[in-house]
Design a protein around this ligand. Structure first.
Ligand SMILES: Cc1cc2nc3c(=O)[nH]c(=O)nc-3n(C[C@H](O)[C@H](O)[C@H](O)COP(=O)(O)OP(=O)(O)OC[C@H]3O[C@@H](n4cnc5c(N)ncnc54)[C@H](O)[C@@H]3O)c2cc1C
Length: 385
């Protein structure tokens, strides 16, 4: 018998048919598409099509699943632009962290509302003077009595803080400890007098970044994820999920298709040099697609190392896309003035592309970890050590 690389089983084909039927029942009319996305997602969860990895007790569909099934559902939802699983800090970073480290009460309180977009989150890690060296955070959380933590300190580069309902804060709870010890991972409501958000305008013109000032902010004592003092382990779990979110194959494909549209929309004759560069990017999309399958089947030796290379791959890809878009833009501007909105999006993409080499851990740091974990090289010492 000839071995095939991959084929869909009967149950996969049946799942695809079920997803198509669900979408035709719930996402085909104008009224349905104009309805509440939260309600739609809840219906899709009840139908066993979204958040199959989240237990029922915490608002998910709780189904036996595999990566092919998830990819099938995702493809069907994307094909008709139906709201799928949220690509957000809450759904992709907080909820998996809670499932791994939090007690059932916290999972119950936060997971369900987060996966349908009812609770929005931001990440309180970086501080003025603390970035790559995350274990040096100085924000303090002190147990005031038997009910509350009191939080004091400043966080910076906090994406989406102005819209967030909650922030997960990495704070020092034990003043005697230094470095990785004595840190805790605490969930803090944003809407309170002790939390102030100051937007920071970026080069793109947007202000998704913020400085967040905690001055006698309060949160219940039981809002700590994992054990108090063990926040480093929890924080690195979230970072792992952040890298996976940033480097998803779906994002690469979406960006590539947008670039193809920009090429077609520029209204100029076929340009073999630009087409050549487009095809190089297409190759990278395919490489990533197969790498994702390889990882999903668990044949990869060291998933931690692969996830780090994933993020490096993604940021390099995004920089190449930005460089090509920059060469396409002048003709878009000259030939199609009505495409202002498209252009504005590309300008944001170009200006923002460098950000990915910094967010969630800089490329230098990723390479350093890769050298140690992947190649067994000795730890780098900084010049000031
Ligand atoms: C788009 C974007 C979104 C972000 N969102 C958030 C957010 O929501 N929440 C949050 O908390 N933070 C956020 N950040 C901040 C981000 O986590 C930090 O910028 C990042 O960790 C780097 O820290 P830093 O800026 O202080 O740079 P530094 O740590 O000061 O690094 C400066 C330079 O020195 C290099 N360097 C530092 N130490 C070493 C070393 N040991 N070995 C080799 N090179 C080294 C770095 O690679 C970098 O090139 C975001 C950043 C970006 C760009």
């Amino acid at each position: 018998m000839t071995a095939t690389f991959m084929h869909l089983t009967d149950s996969h084909l049946e799942l695809r048919a079920r997803a198509q039927e669900f979408l035709s029942d719930h996402w085909s009319t104008v009224e349905q598409r104009a309805g509440s996305t939260e309600t739609f997602r809840r219906t899709a969860i009840d139908a066993g099509l979204l958040y199959r990895w989240v237990p029922k007790a915490y608002g998910g569909a709780e189904m036996d699943s595999d990566v092919i099934s998830e990819a099938i559902i995702d493809a069907e939802f994307r094909a008709v632009q139906a709201p799928g699983e949220l690509d957000s800090i809450g759904a992709r970073m907080v909820v998996p962290t809670l499932l791994e480290h939090a007690n059932p009460a916290l999972c119950k309180a936060f997971a369900g509302p987060t996966i349908v977009g009812q609770i929005r989150w931001c990440q309180g890690y970086s501080e003025p003077g603390v970035g790559s060296d995350l274990a040096s955070v100085t924000t303090r959380a002190t147990a005031t009595d038997d009910r509350y933590w009191r939080i004091d300190g400043r966080k910076i580069w906090t994406s989406y803080a102005a819209d967030a309902d909650y922030v997960f804060v990495l704070a020092r709870t034990d003043a005697a400890d230094r470095g990785h010890d004595g840190l805790s991972y605490i969930l803090v409501p944003m809407d309170q007098p002790g939390v102030r958000v100051e937007p920071i305008r970026q080069i793109t013109g947007a202000a998704t970044f913020n400085e967040v000032i905690f001055d006698d902010a309060r949160t219940p004592l039981d809002h700590v994820v994992g054990e108090p003092g063990n926040g480093w382990t929890v924080a690195t779990t979230t970072l792992r999920h952040e890298r996976t979110m940033i480097s998803g194959a779906g994002r690469l494909g979406t960006l590539f298709r947008a670039l193809l549209r920009a090429y077609a929309a520029r209204g100029a004759p076929h340009d073999p040099a630009l087409a050549q560069r487009l095809m190089e990017l297409r190759e990278l999309v395919e490489v990533k697609r197969f790498a994702t399958i390889e990882q999903a089947f668990g044949t990869a030796q060291d998933l931690t190392v692969l996830r780090l290379t994933d993020k490096l791959f993604q940021s390099a890809f995004q920089e190449k896309v930005a460089a090509l878009a920059m060469d396409l833009l002048p003709s878009v501007a000259a030939d199609l003035p009505r495409t202002e909105v498209v252009e504005a999006r590309w300008v944001t993409q170009i200006l923002g592309s460098l950000g990915l080499t910094i967010a969630g851990g800089t490329s230098n740091i990723q390479r350093d970890i890769l050298a140690r974990r992947g190649l067994g090289m000795p730890e780098q010492r900084r010049a000031d050590q």
